[in-house]
Design a protein. Structure first.
Length: 417
């Protein structure tokens, strides 16, 4: 039986010995191959954590015992106990998070590796960057509706966090704006390479700092021109080089190095400068100066909106949600929570981890507020406003790391308390 002739099966009917096909992108799953024979229950749990409803399998390539040969007509399982249902949900939740963190970490490592090639092998660096951008775009488009997922601040290579954050969020924003696959690939490549000029600067000048002297500020700003020059050596497309050249230009002309205005900026550049500023507010060089994602959006809208394309800023705020991933919140019933995921089509009803001292932190379920219309968000909080016990439980990180994950079916979990 060839791949096209393979049959479909519900993930709940998977058995050890089945030969299955995972129709996902290169970073869409943790397995070495897209097709293989299942050899353990752990593999089944991992597949179920991928949020697939059905997948292809080949009965002729499978190795099943007789009682398992026709799983689609197998007897229905006994009703699952609440404790077992909660365990299954927790396993699936952990699997999704682990997959996102693996994907993020892999992206940061790949970017680190291509950065090492820039000086001596720019052509190979371009090929790797293009492959990264293509892979990220393919995964984003393949998974349909997407969530923005908050990750552990320990995920990934620290030096690459800003670049991958900006690339992921820029691609999500481009998708929300209706960009084609080709437009997303150019945007993704520009985002991946936007700061490569900083590699020519002394280490202490690679992050914008309000304490820079005039001479240091001028030197820092030269990273834009240096980045364009490096991109040209790599043989990067002219539009992508323009995106790199404009990633610090603002709509009102207050940016640098050319003080461009309005229509002089490419649409992709307007996306990149907005996302770049957002991540810099949340993840500055000095973590003490970091502000919450909710505060960052508020500042960008209230004090800096003249710098950004109004239509793009509006879509960005809707996509990130009023309370973006990483926001600490207080619910209308006074309980505390951490926003971990936002569905761009339902931004006012994010997924949260709820502070509940009766449930161990490692066993806390992600709760979808859309499933609980009686609950709302009263306010966003700064970390210092949380009681000590709630802060220890929710563990708000000093750095925000984001990735996208496939939209999942909502789960009613508040009643499991």
């Amino acid at each position: 039986m060839n791949d096209i002739q393979a049959q479909f099966i519900d993930v709940d009917d998977l058995r050890v010995g089945m030969y299955v096909y995972l129709d996902l992108g290169w970073i869409g799953h943790p397995f070495a191959l897209n097709h293989f024979k299942i050899v353990s229950d752990a593999q089944i749990d991992t597949i179920r954590g991928l949020d697939l409803q059905r997948l292809r399998w080949s009965p002729e390539r499978s190795d099943l015992i007789a009682s398992d040969a026709t799983p689609e007509v197998a007897a229905a399982p006994e009703s699952t106990s609440p404790a077992e249902l909660r365990r299954q949900r927790l396993l699936a939740q952990r699997s999704r998070l682990a997959r996102c963190e693996r994907d993020f970490s892999d992206a940061t490592r790949r970017f680190r590796d291509l950065s090492k090639l820039l000086k001596n092998n720019p052509d190979a660096a371009r090929q790797q960057a293009e492959a990264m951008a293509d892979g990220l775009v393919s995964t984003l488009l393949d998974q349909g509706e997407s969530f923005i997922r908050l990750l552990s601040e320990k995920a990934g290579e620290k030096a690459s966090l800003h670049t991958i954050n900006v690339t992921v969020i820029a691609l999500l924003l481009g998708k929300s704006l209706g960009y084609t696959a080709d437009e997303l690939k150019r945007l993704g490549l520009g985002a991946l390479l936007h700061d490569i000029g900083k590699m020519t600067l002394p280490e202490r000048l690679r992050w914008r700092d309000d304490g820079f002297t005039s001479a240091e500020r001028n030197l820092f700003q030269q990273h834009v021109a240096q980045g364009v020059a490096l991109a040209e050596r790599m043989g990067v497309d002219a539009d992508v080089r323009t995106i790199i050249a404009q990633h610090h230009e603002y709509m009102d002309g207050s940016g640098y190095p050319s003080r461009l205005t309005g229509e002089m900026l490419l649409p992709a550049s307007r996306i990149l400068v907005l996302v770049n500023d957002y991540d810099t507010l949340c993840n500055p060089a000095n973590p003490v100066a970091a502000i919450t994602p909710h505060k960052a959006l508020s500042l960008m809208f209230a004090q800096s909106r003249a710098k950004f394309d109004a239509a793009i800023l509006s879509v960005f705020i809707r996509m990130m949600g009023v309370y973006p991933p990483g926001s600490l919140i207080q619910l209308t019933d006074d309980r505390y929570a951490l926003v971990v995921s936002v569905n761009s089509s339902r931004p006012l009803k994010p997924q949260i981890i709820l502070y509940d001292p009766k449930v161990p932190r490692d066993d806390a379920l992600v709760i979808d507020l859309e499933e609980h219309p009686e609950l709302g968000i009263r306010q966003s909080l700064k970390p210092l406003q949380l009681p000590r016990a709630a802060s220890d439980y929710l563990s708000p990180g000093q750095r925000m790391c984001y990735f996208f994950e496939r939209a999942r079916q909502t789960v009613n979990a508040l009643d499991d308390r």
